[in-house]
Structure formats: C-alpha cells, structure tokens
Design a protein around this ligand. Sequence first.
Ligand code: PGA
Length: 244
Amino acid sequence: MKLKRFKNYHELSDFAAGDIANSIKSKPSLVLCLASGDTPKLTVELLVKKLKEEKIDYSKITFIGLDEWVGLPPTNTGSCHYFFQNKLIEPLQLKPSQYFLFNALADDFENECVKMDRFINDRNGIDVMLVGIGMNGHIGFNEPGAAFNNLSHVIELDEITKAVGQKYFNEQVELGKGITLGFKHLLNAKKVFMMANGSKKAEVIKKAVEGTVTESFPASIMQQHENGFILIDDEAASLLSKPH
Ligand code: PGA
C-alpha cells in the first residue's frame, strides 16, 4: 500500500480521474469498479470529461457498482444506482451488457450475489477499483467485522452507516441492509484506490494507515494490498503521526 497526498479535493480527484483515464487508454477493455458517494463524485465527473475531451475509446470498458442500499428503487435519488445512472452510464452511453449494478429489489439476494461474482469472474476480475472510507472505517458495505475473505454478500448495516447515510437522501429513509462486493474482490483487484478528503476523515485515515490490520476496522485491509493506493488531501492527512 502506498499513500499519496494532495493539497485539496480537486487535485486528489483530478489525479484519480487521470490515472483511470490512462488505464482505459492502455487497456480499452478495462474492468472498473467504482463506489458512489460524496468522495468519488468529482472523480467520476472528471473521468467522464477526460474520456470525452481526450477522445479515449471507452466503448469496451466494463463497469461494476460497488454496493447498494437494499430495498431502494433505482429511481430513489439517494441510491447508488441513481448516482451511476446519471453520472456514468448515461453520459458514456454504456450498454446494459457492459455494466452490473446490484438489484436492490431482487427477490433472491443470494442469487444476486452469485450473479455479481460470476460477472466479475467471467471478465477475469477487476482491473481498477476506486472506493471511499466510511466514518466507521467501512469500505462499500463491508462493515466492521466483515470477513476479509468475503465475496459479494448482504449485510446488516452498522448504526453509524445508517445515520451518516441519511445525507444522500432528500428525506429520512429507513436503512437496514446493504448488498456489497466483498474484500476478496478488493484483494484480488489489480489496482485499488481508496480516497478520502476533509478533516472529518482524518481519524479514520489515521486508523486505516497506522492502525492494526483487523476485520474490526475494515479499511485497514488496504495495508495488505500490494497495488493499493490511499489518496488523501491535507485535511484528511492531518492526524497522521509518521511521515508517509
Ligand atoms: P462518502 O462515503 O464518500 O459519502 O463520505 C464514504 C463511504 O461511506 O464509503
């Protein structure tokens, strides 16, 4: 794992978008997994802009959505589906065969997980994965205690996730479970970016970077990824004690 520090959110997002755009340039059939949420938002916007402006061929990429709130329809503006539909799938005109997002209204979630795992497997795994970090150290919906060897699974959401998650919705919603890729996918991904910005993330970044690697603090798994990069701005880096 390596740490990369940037002056601010824009520089951090611009770096991530540029790196992903270059990866698509060198491998047009790139398998890309992205998280939704406030942190990756600008990266996704800048990525779409770069791909178009630089006339990079993105017609062969595959896109995978990291997670979803169970029970929410894709029309809910706070759903991950809505985020990707509007920020990535429509702007890039991706074909349905080119992406897979968890169906949060599925009758059979076990089967939904099998479908996701198969989709990834059939494409020889994830090339680039970009994730955020939650206020409880989660990645996707791998909540504290989630096993490092999990594939896709459904999980009871942590209280912090349910409370913090309200920020994505226009009105109070009942959040219960999440469906998510597991850490086996993250460890197997050829390259992983975990990004964080702002002083509110300083404490979780300190734990992820300098703390013990443990399933009780999920983001610590990044320390085990040989091609993992933690991208942070100065504010998120403010509590780090060692020079990195
Ligand atoms: P955020 O979410 O990017 O909206 O802060 C991070 C996360 O919960 O993974």
